[in-house]
Ligand binder design. Structure first.
Ligand code: MG
Ligand code: MG
Length: 248
């Protein structure tokens, strides 16, 4: 069942989303060669706690950290570690959620570490562009499938891979609510309505679509070992568009 949110709930989600955006704003500055993903996790944890929120991911189905930090061929759900030190030329996807007074904000971004290869830079640009192509279709009474299709069209036009096994979701009092949001057309009959809050999150691969989960039972990696990118915002559907909740 898709739960529409009240004005008051959306206000709280904006606060949660602002805290998530504060984390990303800091990541922009601290992601650099030589820092470990453990240190990034600690920075994120402190920002969320300092703002009287709860790290949503920590303990979620047993996940052991505040952020997911997924490097290069890792798509999502990478576990932060003291042993994972960022290197020049890497990309790191950081996904983070904060819960404020019971409501969740969820946003991911892929960061370059120093100088990256032009084709990887292009991957980041295409993934971010696909997110906004999807978001820009959103308003009251639009078909969710049309939003998914707008994401797919950008990725296809650039001959990159779309992760099929994972997608976006409704979000609110729980991190994962209905509907599931595909990043490609799949014939969903969901109609977006004012007051729905959703996390839209294309995962785009430089190579093939296919991914699998490592033995740690969390980290999702590309089948062909080529890099992946992940951009996500939590948004509220409005009468004539959408409002990004995970921003400063
Ligand atoms: Mg997320
Ligand atoms: Mg999400």
């Amino acid at each position: 069942m898709i739960k529409k949110k009240s004005r008051e709930e959306i206000k709280l989600m904006k606060t949660a989303g602002r805290i998530v955006a504060l984390v990303h704003d800091e990541m922009k500055h601290v992601v650099r060669p030589g820092i470990s993903t453990y240190e990034l996790d600690k920075i994120a944890h402190d920002i969320i706690r300092d703002n009287r929120a709860i790290p949503t991911f920590l303990g979620y189905h047993g996940f052991p950290a505040t952020i997911c930090a997924s490097i290069n061929e890792q798509v999502v759900h990478g576990i932060p570690s003291k042993d994972v030190i960022l290197q020049e030329g890497d990309v790191v996807s950081i996904d983070v959620g904060a819960t404020y007074r019971g409501l969740v904000g969820d946003s991911a971004w892929t960061y370059p570490v120093g100088e990256i290869k032009p084709e990887v830079q292009k991957l980041l640009e295409v993934c971010e562009a696909s997110l906004f192509a999807g978001l820009n279709t959103i308003k009251n009474n639009v078909k969710l499938d049309d939003m998914s299709g707008a994401i797919e069209d950008v990725v296809n036009a650039n001959k990159m891979g779309i992760v099929r096994q994972y997608g976006g979701h409704g979000v609110g009092r729980n991190m994962h609510e209905d509907p599931f949001i595909f990043n490609y057309r799949c014939g969903s009959n969901v109609i977006l309505k004012t007051g729905m809050t959703i996390a839209v999150e294309p995962m785009v691969n430089l190579g093939c679509d296919d991914v699998y989960v490592l033995e740690d039972e969390w980290t999702v990696v590309t089948r062909d070992g080529l890099p992946s990118a992940h951009f996500e915002h939590t948004v509220a559907v409005t009468d004539d568009g959408y409002e990004i909740l995970t921003k400063l």
